[in-house]
Design a protein around this ligand. Structure first.
Ligand SMILES: CC(C)=CCC/C(C)=C/CC/C(C)=C/CC/C(C)=C/COP(=O)(O)OP(=O)(O)O
Length: 493
């Protein structure tokens, strides 16, 4: 049964059809509605979705001290054999690597504990591997809907998953994958609500194959991906020196999930159409004189290109919103999160490079390009005052400035050699595969690509002297700690 939920929006008023079950959940979650400005494509309208996704409650419950630090919480904590739990996380990692390729690279840059947690979360759904358990759990839920058994999907199955979820949070896992997630929820202050919401998203996916408006799609994206953002923040950690509220950071994480899901939808239009699904807002298709027929006919027309341009603008809008939060995370989490953010953006670039043909082609970001995002993400992850101070200090360092930066800054390998040893193995493995796979020409292109990545960085940080920054990146051991040490007492200009 469907009921109408009103969105008070300015200047446009949307009325959204939602299932009764969702309405109950949504009502229970509404506290003070956050005002989310959503740029609608094809017009200058700024709609404010007046729907509360319950972020405020989640932020409160996921902030320390939480139930994990209580005696009751501790007594529920499951104790696993180290070999068993190690294998469980390993399974989560494999699922994440297989099903969330874009995200997986970012997870490789995380600390071991965080990596495991993200793999667990994502692996269960399909996402991208921010925390082993989290992602793993997410992957499994998604497979239920998309996999070969989709036809047999029933609400009873989803109810069973809900029961299992409760058990995971009570420290009573049903299988190995549940065990990894259970371990994770007792290691990090994770609230159950985003997990429940994710199951709600799966429920939505089994009932709907069309989305009338962006409001409907937004809600879907929140359920299936924004939730992952909310789950990821306690794992990634917030920097103690963060200058914004926890609520702002959680919203940014939610927007990263929304941006990612919108991007996946745009990338997979053709693939989804073969499953009879169209995730694009019907009213917006109509605004461009398009309909399902155009999707199924797979003809890339000018109207389609124009429509896609607008959809891409909106996905980028969410990534821009996410940026603010990415820089407020714990210092060790910024690089992986920035890497993912930049990588997702590159999928949108790839759709453009395919001349907006997402009906017969799948936009793909090659290994080389993926690897090249890492130095850029690294520099974006540095706190701006630190970057500025370090580069200023380098101006005064004769040895550093006299080095041959000409040859240096084009050398990807030498950049890799300078990063901290924990990351070196991963980067070298990626680099070796690249070398094995591609010919020397490609390596040259990689090097040129790195130079252009750095150029992009300079256009964003216009106040940074370029030569010195390149030297900083390439000739220093550039992890956050080292950067801080290098800053010393040198004053910022
Ligand atoms: C920005 C801040 C403050 C925090 C970041 C917190 C995090 C890690 C949020 C992650 C949100 C996110 C990326 C959700 C992903 C949801 C999703 C649909 C993933 C699909 O995985 P892909 O890797 O895109 O799959 P492919 O293999 O299809 O590329």
């Amino acid at each position: 049964m469907f009921r109408t939920l009103s969105f008070s929006s300015k200047p446009c008023i949307g009325r959204l059809q939602v299932p009764e079950s969702m309405l109950t959940t949504a009502r229970a979650q509404v506290v003070a509605a956050p005002k989310i400005p959503i740029a609608f494509p094809g017009s200058t309208k700024q709609c404010i979705l007046d729907i509360d996704l319950g972020v405020h409650e989640v932020v409160q419950r996921q902030s320390w001290p939480n139930n994990l630090s209580t005696e009751a919480g501790d007594s529920r904590k499951p104790r696993f054999d180290p070999m068993f739990i190690g294998d469980a996380y390993d399974k989560c990692r494999a699922i994440c690597a297989e099903y969330a390729k874009t995200f997986y690279l970012g997870t490789l840059l995380m600390t071991k504990e965080r990596q495991k947690a993200i793999w667990a979360i994502y692996g269960n759904y399909t996402l991208t591997g921010f925390a082993d358990d989290l992602l793993f759990w997410c992957r499994r839920t998604d497979e239920l809907v998309d996999g070969p058994n989709a036809g047999y999907m029933s609400s009873a199955v989803l109810e069973r998953w809900e029961d299992r979820l409760e058990d995971i949070f009570e420290g009573r896992p049903y299988d190995m994958l549940d065990a990894a997630l259970s371990d994770t929820v007792f290691n990090f202050p994770l609230d159950i609500k985003p997990f429940r919401d994710m199951i709600e998203g799966m429920r939505m996916d089994t009932r709907k194959s069309r989305y009338k408006s962006f409001q409907e799609l937004y809600l879907y994206c929140y359920y299936v991906a924004g939730t992952v953002g909310l789950m990821s923040v306690p794992v990634m950690g917030i920097a103690p020196e963060s200058s914004v509220s926890a609520h702002t950071i959680y919203n940014a994480a939610l927007y990263l999930g929304i941006g990612n899901q919108l991007t996946n939808i745009l990338r997979d239009v053709g693939e989804d159409a073969s499953r009879g699904r169209v995730y694009l807002p019907q009213d917006e298709l109509a605004q461009f004189g398009l309909s399902d027929k155009d999707v199924f006919s797979r003809k890339v027309t000018d109207a389609w290109r124009h429509f896609m341009k607008e959809q891409i603008i909106r996905a980028r809008f969410f990534f821009n919103l996410a940026e603010e939060g990415a820089s407020q995370l714990d210092k060790d989490s910024r690089w992986p999160v920035w890497s993912s953010l930049i990588l997702y953006r590159k999928i949108l670039d790839a759709i453009e490079e395919n001349d907006y043909d997402n009906l017969t082609k799948r936009a793909y970001v090659g290994r080389t390009k993926r690897l090249l995002t890492l130095p850029l993400a690294y520099s974006r992850a540095l706190p701006r005052p630190v970057v500025r101070a370090v580069t200023n200090s380098l101006i005064n360092l004769e040895g550093a400035t006299s080095g041959s930066c000409e040859t240096g800054y084009c050398d990807l390998k030498s950049w890799i050699d300078q990063v901290s040893s924990s990351h070196k193995k991963i980067l070298n493995a990626e680099y070796s595969e690249l070398i094995l796979k591609d010919c020397n020409d490609e390596v040259e292109r990689v090097q040129k690509g790195l130079a252009s990545q750095l150029e992009e960085m300079f256009s964003k940080y216009e106040s940074i002297p370029r030569v010195e920054t390149i030297q900083f990146l390439l000739f220093y051991k550039v992890n956050m700690e080292d950067a801080r040490k290098n800053v010393g007492d040198v004053p910022c200009k």
